[in-house]
Design a protein around this ligand. Structure first.
Ligand code: IPE
Ligand code: IPE
Ligand code: MG
Ligand code: MG
Length: 323
């Protein structure tokens, strides 16, 4: 099953997710209307709702709850990105200017809050409070992961375990919730729900590792968002941790000097100019590949079907994505 076929499998339901998102993002004022129009210009990859739908199909039961769940999760994700761009001082998101770039930081604080509130309002219309409860927890986990990351800004000697704890919280937790809630709303047995939770957690961890590589080697025009902000904001990511560990003492202290510099405007460029990052990026991809393998192993708990194959295609996509 290739990616185009995966998209085709869920096409009609995805359209309904889009409609639900649009309905939820209504605007009472002119100001809000212009902001929401801007945010709606480009949708992003919609990977999380796609997972909700494919999981529901793999379990042979796609309901109205799944449509709403996909929309709720995508809205929570969108709100987190609007806030994240403030934290990272990013100027581009989803191929257009970030909200903070257009309006400064005050507006996106409130717009993000508004979208979170709308998302939770929508989640209350599902047939059970399961999603509201889990997503309330996950939203706290995302925020707490982002706070943890800020508290470790400039930590050149970050423990690898701390890096993994942060990416699990800020990114993988939402993937795990998307996949396992989709299973719960399909009425799947506990064992299947747990397997999909593991699938989502491993997939989401791989997703963030690849994202951290793209921040270094990606092309802004292809990825469609500001890149190189990790080093600039003092975030140690897996490729940089590997580079640091592989350097002799002198190289390591030079890397530390660049990483902690208060004068350099583009730290990522400075690092790339002085060091060969390729082996470290290769290493990070290898680690991401191991997480994808774990994700695929978790899928063995599902009945064999084209939709199960589609979930492993998503794993390949996460590893090979250029955007
Ligand atoms: C970006 O997520 C934020 C991360 C968790 C790295 P996506 O890459 O899924 O963003 P969109 O939704 O496609 O814009
Ligand atoms: C993911 O981290 C952010 C969230 C989960 C909100 P990043 O800061 O790496 O995401 P991008 O690269 O800005 O999309
Ligand atoms: Mg960011
Ligand atoms: Mg990133």
């Amino acid at each position: 099953v290739d990616l185009a076929q995966v998209k085709q499998m869920i096409d009609p339901q995805m359209l309904r997710v889009e409609e639900t998102i649009q309905e939820t993002l209504f605007a009472e004022t002119k100001a809000l209307k212009s902001l929401i129009e801007h945010v709606s210009l480009f949708g992003g990859k919609r990977l999380r709702p796609a997972l909700v739908l494919v999981v529901s199909k793999a379990l042979d039961r796609t309901t109205e709850d799944h449509i709403k769940l996909g929309a709720v999760i995508e809205l929570i994700h969108t709100a987190s990105l609007i806030h994240d761009d403030i934290l990272d001082e990013a100027t581009m998101r989803r191929r257009v200017a970030s909200v903070n770039h257009l309006h400064g930081n005050h507006v996106p604080v409130l717009l993000g809050d508004l979208i979170y509130a709308r998302a939770f309002g929508l989640s209350l219309t599902l047939s059970t409070p399961l999603a509201s409860k889990r997503l309330a927890d996950v939203t706290q986990t995302i925020c707490s992961g982002e706070i943890e990351q800020i508290f470790h800004r400039g930590a050149f000697d970050l423990e690898e375990a701390t890096y993994f704890a942060i990416i699990e919280a800020k990114t993988a937790s939402l993937y795990a919730a998307a996949c396992s809630l989709a299973a719960e709303y399909a009425g799947a047995p506990d064992e299947t729900v747990r397997a999909l939770d593991r699938y989502g957690l491993s997939l989401g961890t791989a997703f963030q590792i690849v994202d951290d590589c793209l921040d270094i080697i990606g092309d802004e025009d292809v990825v469609g968002k500001s890149l190189g902000t990790d080093a600039d904001m003092g975030k140690m990511t897996l490729p940089l941790l590997h580079l640091s560990a592989s350097l002799p003492k002198s190289g390591k202290s030079r890397l530390r000097e660049i990483f902690l510099s208060t004068e350099l405007k583009d730290k990522q460029a400075a690092i790339t100019a002085e060091f060969d990052l390729q082996p470290s990026v290769d290493h990070a991809f290898k680690v991401a590949d191991q997480y994808i393998n774990n994700a695929l192993k978790a899928l063995e708990a599902l009945p064999e079907s084209l939709f199960r194959e589609a979930l492993s295609t998503v794993g390949d996509f996460v590893l090979n994505r250029k955007l």
